[in-house]
Write a protein that binds this ligand. Structure first.
Ligand code: MEV
Length: 426
């Protein structure tokens, strides 16, 4: 039976669910209840979410947690995080507290510009193209005037338009490489609108425009966050040994791509969680961060570590194209709440906060990995997930948590103990 349907998007939400249920869940009618269980009782709020995308049939919950005690450039922050991985918020909170008594995090924005490109094909004489571009350049700016007007009032706009010859890599291929400053907005719509207007003004019979689109590679929109302290202030039994092993772990990630990808994944645990909580585009951030990790020719660590004169220094440098106005940031009530919680940051301030969340997460991971390993902490956090799968009651959860306080958590050990407990309690 073919399940191809035309006009699905025109069906009401009820009818969409009915179609889905009949065609894909014929033996599971209960899915209708599951889907509806996640509808918001407030119809206006539900409508808001329905309208974000097409064919919305329900909502998908992720936990929204907060990590207190971050000190960044002398300011106190509680950082909102949206993430499903059990240990991420706990790790961020622990590390925030740890560094709060050692001077906190110091963050600075290195650059804030973004790139967009008009990609086109041209078979003619290079000199002719170059002089056409130079003559047209002023007109290209003029063609975007109605779009850039408001952005210019906020101090942003188009900074430069360059003609780039790429014919050595691909026959007849050229670009208009455009540099933008988008201030507190992420700027995707602004950049793409400008590029399309530029392409239209640039077009002529012998120029074939292929596409006009922003780049999510933003090596000129970079932020740095760092922590440092005297080695002896790192605490623990042997702080010197700890610092050295920690630095070696960072060095391994710098030269070994298999390790670097996991190392950076841990950083993104922190970054993505805040990016999501603030209504920003985590796919753009992911793509840009990983591309930046290869900027020196092979995939490498986004964090760096140095021990110099008895001082331990650990820092991250990462590109983050973020917005604190526009997009979902004002539309999604929880994104707005996150930004309010962060004291309504500008985009550069949010870059500093999010880079710090990434650095903190990496510190937590490396501290665990180079000492006790991560499974102890992870499995303790995971215990609750296993208990929920087993439909444990609150009393059972309490007993189980107490029991595993000084024991190794594994799925089978939890199931075994749980079954024993149920037997004893009848
Ligand atoms: C798990 O989500 C992240 C870690 O694997 C990161 C790392 O290995 O550095 C713990």
């Amino acid at each position: 039976m073919t399940k191809i349907i035309s006009g699905f998007s025109k069906l009401t939400k009820e009818k969409k669910i009915q179609w889905l249920s009949e065609n894909y869940f014929s033996s599971q009618p209960e899915i209708i209840n599951t889907i509806k269980q996640y509808w918001n009782a407030d119809e206006k709020l539900q409508q808001l979410h329905d309208d974000f995308i097409e064919n919305t049939i329900s909502n998908f919950y992720l936990p929204y947690g907060v990590a207190p005690n971050f000190v960044i450039n002398g300011e106190n922050y509680v950082i909102p995080m949206v993430v499903e991985e059990s240990s991420v918020v706990a790790a961020a909170s622990l590390v925030a507290k740890f560094w709060s008594t050692r001077g906190g995090f110091t963050a600075e924005v290195i650059s804030t510009t973004k790139i967009g490109q008009v990609h086109f094909m041209y078979k003619g004489d290079k000199e002719t193209l170059s002089s056409y571009f130079n003559n047209q350049k002023e007109n290209l700016y003029k063609a975007t005037a109605s779009i850039t007007k408001n952005m210019e009032k906020r101090g942003g706009g188009i900074l430069d338009i360059e003609l780039v010859d790429k014919t050595d890599k691909l026959a007849d291929y050229y670009q208009l490489h455009v540099t933008f400053e988008t201030k507190d907005s992420m700027g995707a719509n602004f950049i793409n609108s400008c590029l399309e207007a530029i392409a239209k003004a640039f077009r002529r019979d012998d120029i074939e425009i292929i596409m006009s689109i922003l780049s999510n590679y933003v090596p000129e929109c970079v932020v740095k966050s760092e922590v440092s302290c005297k080695i002896e202030d790192l605490g623990g039994e042997n702080p010197q040994k700890f610092a050295e092993r920690f630095k070696q772990a960072v060095e391994i990630a710098s030269i070994e791509p298999y390790r670097a990808v996991t190392h950076n994944k841990g950083i993104m645990n922190g970054i993505d969680a805040v990016v999501l909580a603030t209504g920003n585009d985590f796919r753009a951030i992911e793509a840009g961060a990983h591309a930046y990790a290869t900027k020196d020719g092979s995939y490498s660590s986004l964090t760096h570590c140095e021990i110099d004169n008895g001082i331990f220094r650990f820092w991250i440098e990462v590109p983050l194209a973020l917005g604190t106005v526009g997009g979902l940031t004002a539309l999604h009530p929880m994104a707005k709440l996150s930004l309010d919680m962060l004291q309504k940051p500008s985009a550069p301030e949010l870059m500093q906060i999010i880079a710090t969340a990434g650095l903190a997460q990496n510190f937590a991971a490396l501290r665990a990995l180079t000492t006790n390993g991560i499974q102890e902490g992870h499995m303790k956090m995971h215990l609750m997930n296993i208990l929920n799968q087993l439909h444990a009651t609150n009393e059972e959860k309490e007993e189980m948590v107490a029991y595993f306080k000084d024991k190794t958590v594994s799925h089978s050990a939890v199931v075994e103990r749980f079954n024993e407990l149920r037997k004893v309690n009848g």
